[in-house]
Structures are given as structure tokens and as C-alpha cells.
Design a protein around this ligand. Sequence first.
Ligand SMILES: NC(=O)c1ccc[n+]([C@@H]2O[C@H](COP(=O)([O-])OP(=O)(O)OC[C@H]3O[C@@H](n4cnc5c(N)ncnc54)[C@H](O)[C@@H]3O)[C@@H](O)[C@H]2O)c1
Ligand SMILES: [Zn+2]
Length: 350
Amino acid sequence: MISDIIFTNDSNSFKEIFKQFTDVKSFVLVDENTEKYCLSEIERYLPKGFQLIKIQSGESNKTLNTVAQIWETLSTKGANRKSLLINLGGGVIGDMGGFAASTFKRGIPFINIPTTLLAQVDASVGGKTGFDFMGLKNEIGCFSAPEKVIIYPQFLKSLDKENILSGFAEMIKHALIHDAKHYQKLKTFNIQNTDFDYNELLQLIKQSVSIKKHFVENDPYEKNIRKALNFGHTFGHAFESYFLGTDKELLHGKAVAFGMIFDAVLSNKKCTFPMEKLFDITNFITRLYGKLKFTKEDYEKLFALMQHDKKNEQQQVNFTLLSAIGEVKINQTASKTEIFEAFDYYLHLD
Ligand SMILES: NC(=O)c1ccc[n+]([C@@H]2O[C@H](COP(=O)([O-])OP(=O)(O)OC[C@H]3O[C@@H](n4cnc5c(N)ncnc54)[C@H](O)[C@@H]3O)[C@@H](O)[C@H]2O)c1
Ligand SMILES: [Zn+2]
């Protein structure tokens, strides 16, 4: 399940990497944005005569229809078992391209070149592929690892601030569940000024990926410790669904950022997570992501969304919490009252 991951800020590295694929019939999957902003930067290094497959960007296109479109091009353009699919894009491209490759002729090799921060730090590890089905996210898919993942932060130059911050939230999560030092480094990195120090960012991404790798390697099929990666996600998913289609719609990472504040509140209540660390996390996340607007009237609906998680029993909801920064506690539960108290904490902040 573990791929070879290459980290580089030098576009010449692509030349080296693709040298070994010169004789392979190759396909490159892009959307209109990654075609415009990313392809030109590396096109000259990709296998000669590659066939471009272009799909429409966005989660709403992460569908069976789009996957069929990819299969169709592979088939009509003569892909064989040794052909290579190169997925150049964010998590949507990586998930769908990975699935299409894993199932075409019972599986052809694929390489992921993630072009969003979220895809670089999160989707790059773990071998999850798939698409949305019947209104359910990632309902169909399989575990299948790419041959290689190439992480080139320079692609982030054209990415909007909202998407940068969304990916950064998953980096904060990785730090909170496993590495207090990394958390301190993230706090001093100026992610809001998009004129980054790319070498520093590369190091931060590397550390973040190694944390995700640690949890995935120890539990590839999410039976126990991989659940650590769900920190911030029970509340986060509820906020994401609740505001979906409204003018307050949240990107996944931003929803998770807020979710981490609420999980930190529960951690303080149930796992002796220190109060001053709770304040620290609250301040850091509020500084970057602003304040989530909701009222007491929203509590019941948010709670209902959290309960929808099939793993939950009755009035208890499952959580991944912390006992300290870097110390994670999986399989924790909280009652409706405790969850409402966490909402109260947030609404009482000035
Ligand atoms: N497989 C996994 O383990 C895993 C992990 C996390 C998320 N995901 C999946 O990833 C998806 C979200 O990924 P995402 O946040 O990357 O979204 P995305 O792929 O939709 O990309 C966000 C937007 O940025 C554009 N874009 C991509 N790279 C760009 C660049 N360099 N410059 C300018 N624009 C660019 C895209 O065209 C798109 O419009 C979800 O479907 C989620 O389920 C998968
Ligand atoms: Zn996430």
C-alpha cells in the first residue's frame, strides 16, 4: 500500500523520474485548472506522445460518469496492461484517476502528482481511491497505491488562498495527533502570505506526510490506530454537510479546522487535555480561519448529522481525542450533553 514518494522544488526532477517511462504508452489526467496552471510546467518532461484526458474540475464531477469517460479514453486510445496513467491534479483527480487505473484491465500502474496542498499532505498517502455515488461521498472505491507520488509545492503558486488554508488544516491535524514540535513550527509559518518560503514549506509538507504514513503503515485498513487521522472530522463533517449548498459552504479542511477546536474541548473534558493548550489551539485556528457562525438553534441539527455516522450507538458519538498535543486517544465517545457543552464553549468566546 505504500508508494515511493518524491519531494522536490526543482522541476528538473520530473525529467529524471519519467526517464524510466519513455517507452511506455502514457496518459495524463487533468482538469481545466491543472491543464492551465500545472501541465505547462512539466509537460516537456512527461513521456513523449502522451495522451491527454481532460475532465471537468470539482467534487460535483467526481462521478461514475467521469470515471467511465476516463476508461473510454484509455480503451479507445489503445491503453494496454503496461500503460501508465499520470494523475495531475487535486484530490478529485487523484481519487478518480486512481480508481480508473486500478480497475482498467484489472489494474494498470498510475502515478499521482498532487497539485493542491490537501492532496499533497493527505490524499498522497493511504491508497484510497474512488468516487461519489447516489449523493454519498466516496461511496465506491478501492484501496490501491500509485507507483509513485511526486510532491512539488511550486504548483501551489496558482492555488487560491482558501484551498491553501484547507490543506493546511490537515497539516495542523497531523501535528496535533503526533508531533508537538511540528505544531510549533506550523504556528510560526506564515501560510497567509502566499509568497512562501518554498523550501521551508517543502520540509513542513514532508513532516506532515511522514506522520500520515506512520498511521497508515501501522493500520492500512483503518481497524484501529489509523482512526487517529479522524481528529477534527466528526464535528468537521457535520459542519461541512450542514452548510453545504448555503452561502456559508465550507471547504473540507476549513470544516476540519473548526472541528479540531470542538474535539479539543471534548479532549479537555474527557482526556485531561490541558486548558491552556485548548486556548492555544482555539486562538491559532481562529486567527487563520476566522469564526464559525452558528447559534443554539443549530445544535440539534448538527448533533443529528454527527449521529448519522454508522459507527455510533444511540446517544453516544465516537471521537478521536487528545490527552496532550502529540498524544492521540482513539475510540472515545461523548454524550449529547457533552457535545452541546462544546458548542457552548465556542459560542461564549469573544
Ligand atoms: N484519497 C485520499 O486519501 C483523500 C484524502 C483527502 C481528500 N481526498 C479527496 O480529495 C478531494 C478534495 O481534494 P482537493 O481539495 O485537492 O480538491 P480538488 O481536486 O477539487 O481541487 C480544488 C480546486 O483546485 C483546482 N486546482 C488544483 N490544483 C491547482 C493548482 N495548482 N492551481 C490552481 N488550481 C488548482 C482544481 O481544479 C479544483 O478546482 C475530495 O474529493 C476528497 O474526498 C482523498
Ligand atoms: Zn480530512
